[in-house]
Design a protein around this ligand. Structure first.
Ligand code: NAP
Length: 346
């Protein structure tokens, strides 16, 4: 049985890859917690590879974050992601692994790429400044894989997934990505609407909130705290006018694509990188309506048009991944339903 190492197995993407591998009957999977193996430490990484000798490696460990974290700590983002990537790529070469699947991100493409963004758009223009440090590190690791393949005939493949959501997602209201942030906001608004303060308290105890809770937290103070993140008893506030488009993919679909590529393709067949995308996106105003329906919030959606919309579209081109015979299986509505249920019942 193939010996497979999943780096970042507790994260959103890594945990989905482990679930998918297990589902497919792989039972020789190696994982290590961050405390036991710091991937930014080259000696530890080399020791681990020498001892365990994995044959297949998924690189889903990274320092990730939203716009705020990226623009506040750019040095940490570039350093950590460069060093984790170089340590794993080099150890993969040194200890002769059979294949590496390196996870990148759509932010590697230039800010003004024509839509949908094709793989060839890499390094064809300026990056989005708010996450440039992260993107530069990701691009360097894609190129590292490319040049190791060229010089050492390794089999290192880089996949560029679209925005993910799924189990083990981050619901911190300061740092969460789009879908967990919205789902939690609508859920908290529903609980306010029901005046269900006990459940609100248990939600805040269960999931990191991100903002400091006042020591004396009666119902009135609690309501004000939730209002500050856009959850009101009669409405939910969202930024911009809802006109922009975004793509969302369930992490089980991404994991399916990662394992599919591991099983079926080599780097020499598919080139430097492959987008993992459905090639379809959704207008945010429509997404908000779906979330409102799934959560069962009876109030209104209010648009704060003084706040920025963000990029009008960030859609990746799906031609290449479709030509390799893969497409996502989880419809957005169904995915959001499963996601909400697991958030509430977790
Ligand atoms: N989430 C998305 O929407 C999305 C979209 C496109 C691409 N991706 C890519 O997919 C990859 C994984 O993202 P994710 O969302 O799954 O991130 P995540 O949930 O934050 O998981 C990252 C994992 O990496 C681990 N890690 C970080 N630094 C480490 C270190 N020095 N040593 C050992 N482990 C370390 C973290 O462990 P600790 O938490 O214990 O530190 C965590 O388990 C990233 O490359 C990202 O760019 C994600």
């Amino acid at each position: 049985m193939r010996k497979i190492y999943v780096a970042g197995h507790k994260g959103l993407v890594g945990s989905a890859i482990v679930r998918k591998l297990k589902l497919k009957g792989y039972n020789n999977i190696i994982v290590r917690d961050h405390e036991d193996l710091d991937l930014s430490d080259q000696a530890q990484v080399n020791y681990f590879f020498e001892k365990e000798r994995p044959e297949y490696v998924f690189l889903a460990a990274a320092k990730v974050g939203g716009i705020l974290a990226n623009s506040t700590y750019p040095a940490d983002f570039i350093y950590q992601n460069l060093i984790i990537g170089t340590n794993i790529v080099h150890a993969g070469y040194k200890y002769g692994i059979k294949k590496l699947i390196n996870l990148g991100s759509s932010c590697i493409y230039p800010r003004l790429s024509s839509q949908p963004m094709k793989e060839e758009a890499l390094l064809s223009g300026y990056l989005e400044p708010t996450n440039e440090a992260y993107a530069v590190a990701k691009i360097a690791i894609i190129k590292l894989c490319h040049y190791y393949n060229e010089q050492y005939k390794t089999n290192f493949i880089s996949l560029m997934p679209t925005n993910q959501y799924g189990p083990n997602d981050n619901f911190n209201m300061k740092t969460a990505h789009l879908l967990p942030m919205l789902v939690r906001r609508f859920h908290l608004a529903k609980l306010l609407n029901q005046e269900n303060f006990d459940v609100i308290r248990s939600d805040l105890a269960k999931h990191t909130f991100g903002y400091a809770m006042p020591e004396e937290c009666d119902n009135e103070v609690l309501e004000k705290l939730l209002n500050s993140v856009g959850a009101y008893k009669d409405h939910v506030e969202v930024w911009g006018d809802g006109s922009v488009y975004r793509e969302l993919m369930h992490s089980d679909d991404l994991a399916d694509a990662c394992v599919y590529i591991m099983e079926k393709y080599d780097a020499k067949d598919i080139g430097e990188l492959v987008n993992i995308t459905s090639g379809e996106d959704i207008q945010l105003c429509e997404l908000y309506e779906i979330i409102k329906e799934v959560v069962g919030f009876p109030g209104e959606i209010k648009y704060d048009r003084t706040k920025p919309n963000g990029m009008p579209r960030k859609l990746m081109d799906a031609t290449k991944i479709r030509s390799l015979g893969w497409h996502p299986k989880i419809l957005l509505y169904d995915g959001i339903k499963i996601f909400y249920e697991s958030y509430v019942n977790e």
